[in-house]
Design a protein around this ligand. Structure first.
Ligand code: AKB
Length: 314
């Protein structure tokens, strides 16, 4: 039987879908959702929820003890674009929440942790195409610095204290259930909303900026597969490269135009262009494939069809 799971940051873009999937798999009561504010109606109605600040160690500890939590998924974070505006708040949230769960594991109060890293750990000196698992990593963003530091701490806690912490470097994630917030890859979600709402979109990245992306169903499946993998097969305790598709704003626009021929995109790059320019354009995820059998299923056109169909119904 699955021991109880706690999701920190359950109301965000990934947290919402992760919570619902874990509840479907293990039963509603096995998964305690938490966030600093309440989430959407279906999430709130689907199982237990606690208002919880991921930077507050004692508050997390109380919930962990109360529900006899075994596994924590730490999804609370400030993403790349917002973190550039509030560097110290981003550093504080992204690092103290991670230390809280690592230290709970060190105190043997929980057994297993999932913590998401990001393609933002790479920087302008990293090889951009087919970026390897281990390479030059000199992130030039606040968010990237926090994620790279987090990776080093995860590996350290694993080697030093035997903590079972697992992680993937998510690319930009595309989903229709919950909006992303504060990221550089958010354009790839906004564009579908605007295509349906008014047939035009003003894109904050240039038309030829290629970034690694993934449909949310693949991202959730990757997360669950990694968490269920035999610990003996997990050879990376910092974070695994995770790939799926790569495309530019122009290519996603063309994919949408096969459904909405009059759809127009105008390009007005802002400060997020510089962030995107420092990130990989594609990812080599061969280690994730080898160690725990990762295989993506969604390409751009299938993602477009699903996004437009589901957002249209909504
Ligand atoms: C962001 O754009 O900040 C995130 C990420 C790639 O981690 N979606």
């Amino acid at each position: 039987m699955q021991k109880p799971i706690l999701i920190l940051g359950a109301c965000g873009q990934i947290g919402t879908e992760l919570t619902m999937e874990l509840r479907t798999k293990f039963g509603p009561d096995a998964v305690v959702a938490s966030d600093i504010r309440e989430g959407g109606e279906s999430l709130m109605a689907s199982g237990p929820f606690e208002l919880l600040d991921a930077t507050n160690y004692e508050a997390i500890e109380d919930v962990v003890m109360h529900y006899e939590i075994d596994e924590v998924y730490l999804m609370a974070a400030m993403l790349s674009a917002t973190a550039e505006k509030f560097p110290m708040r981003a550093w504080n949230l992204n690092m103290s929440s991670l230390f809280n769960v690592l230290n709970l594991a060190k105190e043997r109060k929980i057994d297993k942790i999932f913590w998401p890293s990001s393609i933002a750990v790479f920087g302008p000196n990293t090889p951009r195409e087919n970026t390897p698992q281990s390479t030059v990593m000199e992130p030039s963003t606040v968010y990237g610095i926090s994620k790279q530091s987090g990776e080093r701490w995860c590996e350290y806690y694993h080697h030093k204290f035997g903590i079972d912490v697992r992680s993937v470097r998510y690319p930009g994630l595309i989903s229709w259930k919950t909006m992303p917030g504060g990221g550089t890859t958010d354009y790839a979600v906004e564009i579908y909303h605007k295509a349906l709402e008014n047939g035009t979109y003003e894109c904050f990245l240039e038309e030829d900026t290629q970034l690694p992306m993934m449909y949310m169903d693949d991202a959730i499946r990757a997360t669950l597969e990694l968490m269920q993998a035999d610990p003996g097969n997990i050879n990376v305790r910092s974070s695994y490269n995770l790939g799926s598709m790569s495309f530019t704003p122009k290519e996603i626009a063309q994919s949408i135009q096969t459904h909405i021929p009059d759809f127009e995109v105008h390009y007005k790059p802002d400060f997020r262009q510089q962030i995107a320019d420092s990130w990989p354009s594609s990812i080599d995820d061969s280690l994730a494939r080898k160690d725990w059998g990762w295989e993506p299923t969604y390409g751009l056109d299938q993602t477009t069809a699903e996004m437009l169909e589901n957002l249209g119904k909504k």
